[in-house]
Ligand binder design. Structure first.
Ligand code: GLC
Length: 800
């Protein structure tokens, strides 16, 4: 920004000394002599909100990110005053507020160590161009501090030494280090001296984060407008920081229907209907499990949302039904751009009701997207969201579409500078009228929210399913997401791995990449390696752009088809395991994928690892991301790990070579784990589950595992109709005990559990169930360490 008269340019301004202090319940206000007010709100013992105004007056307190369901309340709060500072103490944190300059320092309440400290602290520049301030914050980096988070940034896990911008951007074929891309998640975690905290800068303007890039020991963040308004979250466990952030910005409102965790097939585009059928039939013929088929923009009439091409899809209702009969759920794309066409009802209604975005001086915001010249609904207006949600009635209720894919919602505009709306476009922002500078980063989120409302209404009593490309913090409440238009390259396979981990540690776990790459074409080897990674991503979908050949599991020859099938089958077997991890995420905000640093922050080796991650609680996976590999070196976090292919046990805390030919991949299970498995199905619900398999991995010691199940769709689980099995395993030299604690009212369709013991250091000579000895033939033990027992057991004892 060039500001060149003295009147316009005042440079950085700072709060002066504090002259007054007020307390109102959980909110403390400190006013400086130059009229800066700092409001500190104690949200929880471990969460403090810091909000500053430079004019003495705050904006209306409104946030799209913070959920009304966020936990609030604290156990302890005390404010004391010393000569040079105020001290705010909760049961977890001590906060010093300096009287001369409002600078903050935060300490662990237990051991009094310094966690986070302002350098310059809050400062600002007046913005002559737009009014208001450019609000800034700088903090001193602590010795050995590392940084993580920020959503979908396609860079190494550890963000130290880099600078980033948050401005959601359509980024076709982005590369490693491209910034910004599709999502704006202004939340990071810091880690030093084995303690972690998080900062969520809830400001929707273009924001920037600098992690010791500009100055070696300084971390700063700033925004082009709005307020300095951030939440400080203390762990000290990073996993707690992430779950508290997720509690604040929201967990998914429902569990996903189980089928949404199956495999999905997509392409730009499958049409006409005969092509769709050819693809879906091929899945069944080749016995490759698949639950969802996608229709990209060509299903519409001239790219008009909520229409169907009469030529390619003459009878969508019949087609969707036939696909459903074959186990396929149909998912359709819906973009925000509404074609300017007076004969098109959605356009007419939008005009009649005045729902389209307008420029500052009144004209409509006109922009080119797939249909040509379009207008764009203002999704930041609640009335528009309501209208939009109703547009899904026919698609969902009548035609039977099961999910909606929101794309281009950055919003993307073609052939214009910046590839989006100009700054002056006006938005309602839920009755806080503003320009696009403030609404840009939430536009896509609000579109996905409106779509979600539609699906929720019309799919009822089934659960909604939405996918979005653009997102701001909190979008995870409504929808799943993918990482946008990636490229079929080995480097992008690495990027996909890191992006999915990063999204999970940014509170957004329902994420996946376009498997195989969207732009260009993978060879069979790359595709197979990508599927291997993809089956560990919560959202698992192959997608590609039409220009570069076929990208179905069978497009690369039989060998590759076999590898792809094998791994998709593993995904289907692991569905109860993944579903349990999802339940933990939706319930407690526990990320489904855990980067090693999130899994064990105390081990400094983990601070810079990118490739290895823990899937759910117990499975360690590491994709092969190079061509012609026969295996790779990888780091094992502390603990003992079973190789799932060989049952060999490896000790953690070291880097080791692992063999993995193209039909294999490094996958390990934590010792002591109990992994639930379903039989292979071609789609969720194909089979009635008549037995649950439990793979039990021996450990000398204790370990707990969980299995969560319910009706796999619908809302009964909210009323307690779920089945939760808590297992406690205790292994000794000559025995193994498994205790089961069951809760919930859901009755699983199976009666028995098939328990497979791995790594038992002894031969089974005696088995007791609930203190009674059982005969081997009664549990069908015949030399293979596998037994079949009633699902109701409370204690199982196998003895040498
Ligand atoms: C965008 C999307 C891509 C989609 C295409 C056509 O590039 O990111 O997934 O296939 O538009 O709709």
């Amino acid at each position: 920004m060039i500001l060149n008269t003295e009147l316009e340019y005042k440079g950085n301004l700072f709060p002066s000394n504090i002259i007054s202090y007020k307390k109102n319940l959980d909110t403390l206000s400190f006013t400086s002599e130059n009229n800066v007010v700092l409001q500190v709100t104690v949200q929880r013992d471990s969460v403090l909100r810091f909000r500053y105004t430079t004019t003495g007056v705050f904006e209306k307190d409104f946030s799209y990110a913070i959920t009304k369901y966020a936990s609030r309340g604290y156990n302890f709060l005390e404010v004391t005053e010393e000569e040079d500072k105020y001290i705010v103490t909760t049961s977890k944190l001590i906060c010093h507020i300096s009287k001369i300059d409002m600078r903050i320092a935060l300490f662990d309440a237990k051991d009094k160590t310094l966690i986070c400290e302002d350098e310059l602290g809050f400062h600002w520049e007046e913005s002559y161009e737009f009014g208001g301030d450019i609000v800034k914050m700088s903090k001193t980096a602590q010795e050995g501090e590392s940084y993580y988070g920020l959503g979908d940034k396609p860079v190494d896990n550890n963000l130290k030494g880099k600078r980033f911008e948050n401005w959601v951007t359509d980024s076709y074929a982005y590369g490693k280090n491209t910034d910004p891309i599709y999502k704006a998640i202004p939340f990071y975690t810091g880690l030093h001296h084995k303690k972690s905290y998080g900062i969520f800068f809830d400001n929707t303007f273009r924001t920037f984060f600098d992690f010791c890039h500009e100055r070696r020991n300084i971390t700063s963040f700033w925004a082009q407008g709005g307020e300095m308004n951030y939440y400080f979250i203390y762990g000290p466990q990073m996993s707690d920081v992430v779950s508290i952030y997720t509690d604040l910005t929201g967990k998914p409102h429902e569990l996903p229907a189980l089928w949404t965790l199956g495999y999905h097939q997509c392409k730009w585009s499958y049409y006409p209907e005969s092509k769709v059928k050819e693809i879906t039939n091929e899945f069944r013929k080749l016995k490759i499990p698949c639950d969802a088929i996608y229709l990209d923009i060509d299903y519409m009439e001239g790219f008009r949302c909520f229409t169907w091409s009469k030529e390619y899809f003459p009878d969508p209702k019949r087609m969707v039904k036939e696909l459903a009969d074959n186990g396929f759920k149909t998912i359709v794309i819906i973009d925000p751009g509404i074609k300017i066409d007076k004969d098109y009802s959605v356009y007419q209604e939008g005009m009649d009701k005045d729902y389209f975005c307008k420029r500052a001086d009144g004209p409509y915001m006109k922009g080119k997207v797939w249909p040509g010249e379009c207008y764009f609904p203002d999704f930041t207006n609640p009335e528009v969201r309501e209208w939009w949600s109703d547009l899904f009635k026919e698609l969902v209720e009548d035609i039977g579409v099961k999910g909606v894919w929101n794309d281009m919602n950055e919003p993307a505009v073609m052939d214009v500078p910046g590839k989006t709306f100009p700054n002056d476009v006006r938005h309602d922002y839920d009755a806080n009228p503003c320009s696009h500078r403030k609404a840009h980063n939430v536009y896509g989120m609000q579109m996905a929210r409106a779509t979600y409302q539609g699906l929720k209404k019309f799919a009822y009593p089934k659960r909604p399913f939405v996918i979005t490309r653009a997102a701001y913090s909190g979008t995870q409440r409504y929808t799943s997401s993918w990482t946008g238009d990636n490229v079929a390259s080995w480097e992008h396979l690495t990027i996909a791995n890191i992006q999915a981990q990063r999204m999970c540690m940014s509170g957004f776990s329902f994420i996946g990449s376009d498997i195989g790459g969207f732009a260009e074409q993978p060879n069979g080897e790359l595709y197979a390696r990508w599927i291997q990674l993809g089956i560990f991503h919560p959202f698992c979908r192959t997608h590609s752009s039409g220009d570069h050949g076929d990208q179905e599991p069978w497009a690369f020859g039989k060998n590759i088809t076999d590898v792809v099938r094998k791994f998709i089958e593993i995904r289907y077997q692991l569905l109860p395991y993944l579903y349990t991890a999802f339940w933990r995420y939706a319930n407690e905000g526990v990320p489904i994928l855990k980067s090693l640093v999130l899994y064990d922050q105390e081990d400094p080796h983990n601070h810079y690892r990118n490739d290895e991650f823990v899937f759910g609680e117990k499975i360690l996976a590491c994709p092969i991301t190079e061509p012609n590999a026969k295996g790779r070196r990888m780091y094992f976090p502390f603990g003992n790990w079973y190789n799932i292919w060989t049952d060999e046990v490896l000790e953690g805390g070291q880097e080791l070579w692992v063999d993995a030919d193209l039909d294999s991949m490094p996958i390990f299970v934590k010792e002591g784990a109990i992994i639930p498995k379903y039989p292979i199905q071609q789609y969720v619900g194909e089979k009635t589950i008549d037995e649950l398999v439990l793979d039990v991995y021996y450990k000398a010691g204790e370990e707990t595992s969980q299995v969560f199940e319910d009706a796999q769709d619908g809302y009964d689980y909210i009323k307690g109709r779920y089945s939760l099995r808590n297992f406690k395993l205790l292994g000794k030299k000559k025995s193994l005990i498994i205790q089961q604690f069951k809760s919930g009212k859901y009755i699983t369709p199976y009666e028995t559990l098939k328990i497979k013991f791995h790594g038992l250091p002894f031969n089974i000579t005696k088995i007791q169930i609930d203190n009674e000895e059982v005969l081997f033939e009664d549990v069908k033990l015949n030399g293979d360490n596998t037994i079949i027992v009633s699902k109701e057991f409370t204690e199982l004892h196998v003895i040498s």
